[in-house]
Design a binder for this molecule. Structure first.
Ligand code: BG6
Length: 505
């Protein structure tokens, strides 16, 4: 990988959790791999008054505590933090941005970093427009600047449009990087390589051979310290509108003519434009929500969602969504896509399964008799893997079939550790490559699909179905789940994909 050109990375909201847990560790990873620009400075900006020295010391101690031991660890961490400056600043006051510009000019001069600047808005979304205005007012939003914003990109179609309009009035679309950390995951990027670098999958990757597709991202964690944000968002906005729809587009898109950013993102947008919009009747049959009640995870009692800090005691916000959707185009017409996501479920797993149609009739004893007997599973995380399921002759006399799987585990790639999603995406943003970032039209298309569901829930509010923490979700979703489960082979697989690498080792 090439190093991006010299630049300054300015992180707004640098005293927050995102900078601490994701951005600084990811930048340190890039620093260790010598992938940062040759002349590079990180300017951390936040309200808290603090000197650069104090900031460096506190962040270095946290980073050191979060890292495992390795040779010369402290020296590397200290060297990394020498590239970091801190600037205390009231972001909400657009008048004050001149002082930020002066600081950036000083750094540019002192370290010869050149004109390029990447602004990372790691702050609450309500601050995006005022920050963009401030950058414009002081002249920092010029053709050498780029801006990264975190999801959520709006909270519905209207607010997303307003945000896009505002950002597009200051920056060109190629300067805006809407980050969705799922697209930074190696296993997600590999969906495209698996599909488009092999000749064997594409011919069967359509409605003629595929019975259904399942995309799930389940978590065991609750809302952690983000009760206030989550209670106004819910699982549909937090996970489905972005991560799960992005996964769906990678599974469903056509092969782009080349791997240029807009060619790939054109195909993503076409899939989203083909999503079947649901009316109220369709929503009632195809979309199910739920909220976790108290329960047990890994043998420990966990609180109900409504008892989490900063969550309304009577909240009807969904922490679980199960959904069946359809893509109305020639490749996918009639193929159900099942989506499952939720917090405080029985296991943490993000996975895509393509269920292929069965043989026209059954020839062998023991052969699977379901609608779908072969499947390709792409395990996104954890225990990243790919598994192809098929029938095989039981060795010995006669012709008895059994179910086996051909498994590839990423852990078997010696000497390769999967890079962190944020380090990949930060590197791409520094290099100006927006292939793995959401374009404005895709964001709006996602909201167009999701908005009617939010509206339906608002209208039919009332009580929300509960599920015990540690379970598989709500009973209300069961009928749909059963339709799905009944169509796929239920026979045991002889060599099931391991769900625990250590156990296997
Ligand atoms: C974030 C959501 O975008 O993704 C969180 O806001 C969620 O609620 C997280 O926990 C899941 O990410 P991952 O990479 O752990 O699947």
């Amino acid at each position: 990988m090439e190093r991006p050109q010299n630049q300054i990375l300015t992180i707004f909201g640098a005293s927050g959790d995102l900078a601490k847990r994701k951005l600084l560790p990811a930048l340190f990873e890039l620093f260790m791999r010598r992938l940062l620009p040759e002349k590079f400075r990180i300017l951390c900006v936040a309200r808290t008054p603090m000197t650069t020295r104090q900031f460096r010391e506190s962040r270095a101690a946290e980073l050191s505590a979060a890292m495992g031991e390795f040779h010369d660890k402290q020296r590397h961490i200290d060297e990394f933090f020498e590239t970091v400056d801190y600037f205390s600043f009231e972001t909400a006051d657009t008048e004050k941005y001149t002082s930020l510009k002066n600081e950036i000019d000083r750094i540019r001069k002192q370290y010869s970093t050149g004109e390029r600047t990447l602004f990372y808005l790691g702050m609450p979304p309500s601050m995006y427009t005022v920050t963009a205005d401030g950058l414009k007012a002081c002249g920092l939003a010029d053709e050498n600047s780029r801006i990264v914003i975190e999801k959520p990109f709006g909270s519905d179609l209207e607010s997303a449009r307003l945000l896009n309009k505002k950002l597009n009035s200051i920056f060109s679309e190629s300067q805006i990087f809407r980050i969705d950390h799922y697209l930074g995951k190696e296993t997600v990027q590999n969906i495209l390589v698996l599909r488009f670098s092999n000749g064997i999958f594409e011919p069967v990757w359509n409605r003629n051979y595929i019975d259904s597709v399942e995309i799930s991202a389940t978590e065991t964690v609750g809302v952690e310290k983000r009760g206030a944000y989550y209670d106004s968002a819910g699982a549909l906005r937090d996970m489905v509108q972005n991560h799960l729809l992005e996964l769906m587009t990678f599974v469903a898109m056509e092969c782009p003519p080349n791997f240029k950013s807009d060619s790939v993102r054109d195909e993503v947008s076409k899939v989203l434009a083909s999503l079947r919009r649901m009316d109220e009747r369709a929503i009632s049959k195809n979309v199910f929500r739920g909220q976790y009640a108290e329960g047990e995870i890994d043998g420990k009692k966990v609180a109900a969602y409504r008892d989490e800090p900063n969550v309304d005691k009577n909240s009807t916000t969904e922490t679980y969504v199960a959904m069946r959707l359809f893509i109305d185009n020639w490749r996918w017409g009639g193929v159900p896509f099942y989506i499952y996501t939720g917090k405080r479920l029985g296991q943490k797993r993000s996975e895509i399964t393509i269920n292929f149609k069965s043989t026209p009739y059954t020839l062998f004893a023991g052969q699977c008799e379901g609608r779908s007997c072969n499947s390709l599973t792409l395990r996104i995380q954890p225990d990243e893997a790919i598994s192809l399921r098929f029938g095989l002759k039981v060795p010995g006399k006669g012709f008895q079939a059994t179910q086996v799987a051909m498994n590839f585990n990423y852990s078997s790639l010696a000497d390769i550790t999967l890079p962190d999603a944020y380090s990949r995406l930060l590197l791409d943003a520094m290099a100006g490559d927006s292939t793995l970032f959401a374009r404005s039209d895709a964001v709006e298309a996602g909201w167009k699909f999701v908005d009617p569901i939010e509206k339906y829930w608002e209208k039919h509010g009332g009580e929300i179905p509960l599920y015990p923490a540690g379970s598989d979700g709500t009973e209300e979703a069961m009928e749909m789940k059963l339709e799905h489960l009944n169509s796929v082979c239920s026979l045991p697989i002889v060599n099931e994909l391991s769900s625990n690498i250590e156990e296997k080792a």
